[in-house]
Design a protein around this ligand. Structure first.
Ligand code: ZN
Ligand code: ZN
Length: 381
């Protein structure tokens, strides 16, 4: 999945993250408390699903997490009490029919004056409720989302194992589906088979809405599968991923139906060269900008810079797009232990598009490619 080149880059300074047991909740709570200290907060309120899962281990869909220097609480309603008790090890589970009300009571009791929140995950209605609660009048609500994202950048052994498995499931599903690609089959049928095979192979589902974009639609970088039927000579961009144990994978292959027109063959070779140049140059310590340049330079040299208008890659984990990025705006250094996609593309309206995307684990001396599907130009049908 590609991302908008304008998305804001995030600081890549990494907190101490356990590399051993999973989920290492104790060290994650410690990391949250370090943020409380650094930003001089009284408490952190976590409202996002990914952060509730990361910091409290809770995989359900509705919960609130409150962390202060002295307490770690997860607030759930009756549907999730047992699950929170099993998953949120070390947390006090607060069972309330209206969890936010109870949490606000606790903020008042604790006399919280500076509350850190995830600015992209706190909705306006909740913010208004916090501000309107009488004893909390004048409370300072502080953006802590970037700080909370930092410990999530470098993955621990359990997280890497989950992502490796998700990537492997996607590879195997694609191998099963490629023989079905022929004229007359619709993009949606291809997407449905891919998602079905991923589930049969053990995935919880797909990590985002599957992109199958064929023919002139392949020039849409985010062309989700439509009812268009595949036609002879189409390039078909297939961008998809599996979710395993909460963690995402992401890969793209572009294949051709029955034959590959010469113009698209040339673009394919160029995108592949850009992608492999970038893969060969990625290592810990490179900045997001420099990593993006590795691929972009190859494409610009051939005059297609304007046709590559998204960033080269993004990190992922519990979310499909996480910091840091390989982009023209991410000046941060990429640390070892980060998962990163490498996905240059060229898109030409009226002709079609090519994208090739692998998922790699960044290491001190290079990267390990977790995506194993072949990349030679493939003609099916
Ligand atoms: Zn992708
Ligand atoms: Zn992607």
């Amino acid at each position: 999945m590609k991302q908008n080149a304008n998305e804001i880059s995030q600081n890549s300074q990494s907190g101490q993250v356990s590399q051993s047991s999973h989920p290492p909740l104790e060290s994650r709570v410690r990391a949250a408390r370090a943020i409380i200290e650094r930003k001089e907060l009284d408490a952190l309120l976590l409202t996002g699903r990914p952060s509730n899962r990361y910091y409290a281990g809770f995989s359900g869909t509705t919960s609130l997490v409150l962390i202060s220097s002295g307490l770690a609480r997860i607030y759930v309603d009756g549907r999730y009490v047992l699950q929170a008790g099993e998953e949120a090890k070390g947390y006090e589970v607060v069972h309330a029919s209206r969890p936010l009300e109870r949490l606000l009571d606790d903020l008042a009791k604790l006399r919280v004056r500076r509350l850190g929140v995830e600015e992209t995950q706190l909705d306006l209605a909740t913010l208004r409720q916090i501000e309107a609660r009488e004893p909390l009048a004048g409370i300072e609500v502080i953006a802590a989302g970037r700080a909370l994202a930092e410990p999530r950048m470098r993955k621990d052994a359990g997280e890497i194992a989950a992502i490796r498995r998700a990537a492997s499931i996607a590879d195997q599903a694609l191998a099963r589906v490629l023989p079905l690609l022929k004229p007359g089959v619709t993009e949606r049928q291809v997407a449905a088979r891919l998602e079905y095979e991923m589930c049969l192979l053990g995935a919880e589902g797909s990590s985002f809405q599957t992109i199958v974009a064929s023919g002139v639609r392949s020039a849409l970088p985010h062309g989700v599968a439509s009812e268009k039927a595949l036609e002879s000579g189409d390039a078909v961009v297939i961008d998809f991923g599996a979710r395993y144990n909460g963690y995402c994978s992401d890969m793209t292959r572009t294949v051709f139906i029955e034959y590959a027109p010469q113009a698209l063959r040339e673009l394919y070779a160029l995108v592949l060269e850009a992608q492999e140049t970038c893969l060969a140059g990625i290592r810990a310590g490179i900045t997001g900008v420099a990593g993006d340049r590795l691929a972009r330079d190859v494409i610009e040299r051939q005059g297609y810079g304007d046709a590559f208008d998204h960033s080269t890659g993004h990190s992922l984990g519990l979310e499909i797009h996480e910091a840091p990025r390989l982009s023209e705006t991410c000046k941060d250094e990429i640390p070892a232990g980060v998962l990163m996609t490498v996905e240059p593309g060229i898109y030409i309206a009226g002709l079609g598009g090519i994208r090739i995307e692998d998922l790699v684990l960044v290491t001190t001396d290079g990267c390990e490619n977790l995506t194993r599907s072949p990349k030679e130009l493939l003609i099916t049908g």
